[in-house]
Design a protein around this ligand. Structure first.
Ligand code: PBG
Length: 324
């Protein structure tokens, strides 16, 4: 055969393949989610997230130092709130001495260059397990936004570099930006979960924080997975309102959305490789059905290839080991 063009030429050896690879993972790509619990010297594996842990603050600080030494530069904090501190308004979320605020301070003190991002939503603090304030069976928007803005100020005052609202209330980015400005917190960034879908894949995360909704579901605020244009609308609005980084979540079943958003905005796009996506790989690997390390690299590369500039992932440490 005479072939004018032979595409296999560029695939014939590892050296050639790496020379022409379009997407390369680096430690700078990753945001590491951390689950913090009260107590000391405590570290407990999350049942539905094998190999991932809830830790006390002392252990979290050690972990953060290790992450920094591996080249990882940002963490995303979640705390597990004691049941007796939960109420409808998420009052504990605003406590300047709360676990989140203490954690931010301790991490910034131990590792000042580590970028600390914090989850902004009421669910871990809500007696109803909802991201907002409940009235009857409704999740009310405007009253919730006020609390989210105060919560953001509280995290920023404790030293958070970015607040990351994951609640999907309307108008929260503008309200948070305004509250930060009013309090002189001009350097605090907002990473908005701008296109966050109502997903069954959050299950293991809700186990980790004991934050599952006590009634109903989150479909009146998180997005319907049937929709694509809505993600672009939500994200453009968040950029307009002041989001510095936007996010698509989940990642794997939403690669089309990541690309769509990437093409539509001129701010960095992040994607959250969420708990259920982690659990699926872990479970299949444990059964011996897939190769875990290969699955991690293929998954994360696909998310970056789709358009994510940043990836929040429970596989960050594994990935860094695999690519170094
Ligand atoms: C809280 C929040 C959730 C996640 C991040 N922030 C859960 C939810 O919305 O129910 C999920 C992360 C994951 O599944 O890994 N609003």
């Amino acid at each position: 055969m005479f072939l004018q063009r032979r595409n296999r030429i560029l695939r014939q050896s590892p050296a050639i393949r790496s020379m022409v690879a379009e997407t390369i993972l680096t430690p700078n790509d990753f945001i590491v989610p951390l689950f913090i619990n009260e107590g000391e010297h405590y570290k407990e594996e999350i049942a539905s997230m094998p190999g991932y842990y809830r830790m006390s603050l002392d252990n979290t600080v050690k972990e953060v130092k290790e992450l920094w030494s591996m080249g990882l530069k940002s963490v995303l904090l979640f705390i597990k709130c004691k049941d007796e501190l939960k109420d409808n308004k998420g009052t504990e979320a605003l406590n300047p001495k709360g676990l989140m605020q203490r954690s931010i301070r301790a991490i910034k003190e131990a590792c000042p260059d580590m970028l600390v991002m914090t989850d902004i939503a009421l669910d871990p603090f809500s007696s109803f397990g909802h991201d907002g304030i409940v009235e009857g069976s409704a999740i009310v928007n405007d009253a919730t936004v006020e609390v989210l803005a105060q919560m953001s100020v509280s995290h920023a005052q404790a030293g958070a570099d970015f607040v990351a609202p994951s609640d999907m209330m309307d108008g929260r980015i503008a309200a948070i930006r305004e509250a930060l400005e009013e309090n002189g917190l001009n350097n605090t960034g907002i990473m908005s979960y701008s296109a966050k879908y109502a997903s069954c894949f959050y299950g293991p995360f809700r186990d980790a924080l004991d934050s599952a909704p006590g009634f109903g579901d989150k479909k009146t605020y998180q997005m319907d997975y049937s929709n694509r244009l809505e993600a672009v609308k939500e994200t453009l609005m968040d950029v307009e309102e002041g989001a510095d980084i936007v996010m698509v979540k989940p990642a794997l079943a939403y690669l089309d959305i990541i690309r769509e958003v990437k093409n539509a905005v001129s701010v960095p796009v992040s994607a959250y490789n969420i708990s259920g996506e982690y659990a699926m790989i872990k479970a299949a690997a444990r059964m011996g059905w897939i190769d875990e390390n290969k699955a991690i690299l293929e998954t994360l590369t696909a998310i970056k290839r789709a358009g994510a500039d940043l990836i929040a992932t429970y596989f960050a440490k594994d990935a860094v080991k695999l690519i170094s």
